[in-house]
Design a protein around this ligand. Structure first.
Ligand SMILES: Nc1ncnc2c1ncn2[C@@H]1O[C@H](COP(=O)(O)OP(=O)(O)OP(=O)(O)O)[C@@H](O)[C@H]1O
Ligand SMILES: [Mg+2]
Length: 351
């Protein structure tokens, strides 16, 4: 187990800043995720922690030890790559044994440790196979076993599930999370998949252009996004333009399409918009429009079994998605005049 401190780390390629003086602290035993879209710098940051890329500025400290200039193999980190990077001409056993042999463990220790970790990832019976004779999920587990067998201080994983089919991806989330908990190891996980991040992590750093946009628990990021970027990236919120904002003590008043909405007060300055998740808006007949309601017209309704997703157009042409869960609710046809009620989960965020 380790705690990791990343202190004002910067990386540039030519004139382009990839990681922009980024700082963060990861705790002992934490499952920490770097989340963000393609190109935001996740792999670069992970590889700096692993020691494969050298920062231009800043420090990386593992367990109180400054490792910024330490070569990768001396950092005691285990890495799982997106394409697994297994040796094709080595068996499952020899792939897994690699790190132990480099560290000159005795043959008896290698046999014991490899046997143990392969049993743990349920590959004991396949130890004589070659990577080419394994399924994607099995290869992924060899990569995990190879990273873990050296009992690293930190397990680093770069999109380890992205080559698996949808069902296996979801199963492997639980396998990785359980293994991390059981071994009580600090883990840093890279993904661009928000659902993967929410379901596996203790905390998530949402990255944007080499900086942290928001660092929070999964619940915090979902319930209290601070920016339109976070609200949109995690769970796809409606981002609704507002005409004006006023605050008085503990309430904020927002004008949307000429209707006045009252939201719990949030301190916020600069350009703001209203982030409203589809499940935080309800629909009613236009005739029943009340406070906190904005009029709209149904464009279409998609029936999805457990819910229906409506697209509703506001007076100024903005389109809003609304999820309706209850089978009891009236079905609104395209063209129906409705009122949208913005429930308390809706928030003002920085635009
Ligand atoms: N060795 C390099 N030389 C020049 N530019 C690089 C190098 N490595 C990465 N980059 C650039 O740095 C940016 C961030 O790359 P990085 O691989 O960290 O992104 P990422 O967040 O992991 O993206 P993805 O989700 O696609 O894997 C990209 O624009 C990439 O082109
Ligand atoms: Mg990457």
């Amino acid at each position: 187990m380790a705690d990791i401190s990343i202190d004002a780390v910067a990386k540039r390629y030519g004139d382009t800043t990839i990681i922009d003086r980024l700082s963060l602290d990861i705790r002992h035993g934490e499952f920490f995720t770097l989340l963000g879209p393609s190109g935001c710098g996740k792999t670069t940051l992970l590889r700096m922690i692993a020691g494969f890329v050298t920062p231009d500025e800043g420090r990386i400290v593992i367990d109180g030890q400054d490792v910024t200039r330490l070569p990768a193999h001396k950092r005691e980190t285990g890495m799982v790559f997106q394409d697994y990077a297994l040796f094709p001409d080595k068996t499952v056993f020899d792939n897994t044994a690699y790190g132990l042999r480099v560290r000159r463990f005795s043959a008896a220790d290698v046999k014991h440790k490899v046997g143990q970790i392969l049993d743990r990832v349920e590959l004991g019976h396949l130890q004589h196979r070659y990577p080419g004779e394994l399924s994607g999920g099995q290869r992924q587990r060899v990569a995990l076993a190879r990273a873990l067998v050296i009992e690293p201080r930190v397990l680093l994983m770069d999109e380890p599930l992205s080559n698996l089919d949808a069902k296996l991806r979801i199963q492997m989330r639980d396998v990785i999370r359980q293994l991390q908990q059981e071994l009580d190891i600090t883990a840093i996980f890279v993904t661009h998949d928000q659902e993967e991040a929410l379901s596996m992590s203790d905390r998530i750093a949402l990255l944007r252009n080499g900086r942290i946009d928001q660092l929070d628990t999964p619940e915090g990021l979902y319930a209290r996004p601070g920016t339109s970027y976070a609200a949109d990236f995690i769970g796809a919120a409606n981002l609704i333009k507002i005409d004006s904002v006023q605050s008085d003590g503990d309430a904020g008043h927002v004008m949307v399409n000429g209707a006045r909405l009252t939201l719990p007060q949030q301190e916020i300055d600069g350009d703001v918009c209203l982030a409203a998740r589809p499940e935080h808006i309800s629909l009613r007949d236009a005739a029943d429009q009340g406070d906190n309601d904005v009029p709209g017209e149904v464009i279409y309704r998609r029936y999805l079994g457990f819910k229906a997703a409506y697209s509703v157009r506001l007076g100024d042409g903005q389109t809003v998605t609304v999820d309706v869960y209850s089978a009891q609710d009236p079905v609104y046809a395209p063209g129906a005049k409705v009122a949208l009620r913005f429930e308390s989960g809706c928030r003002l965020v920085r635009a």
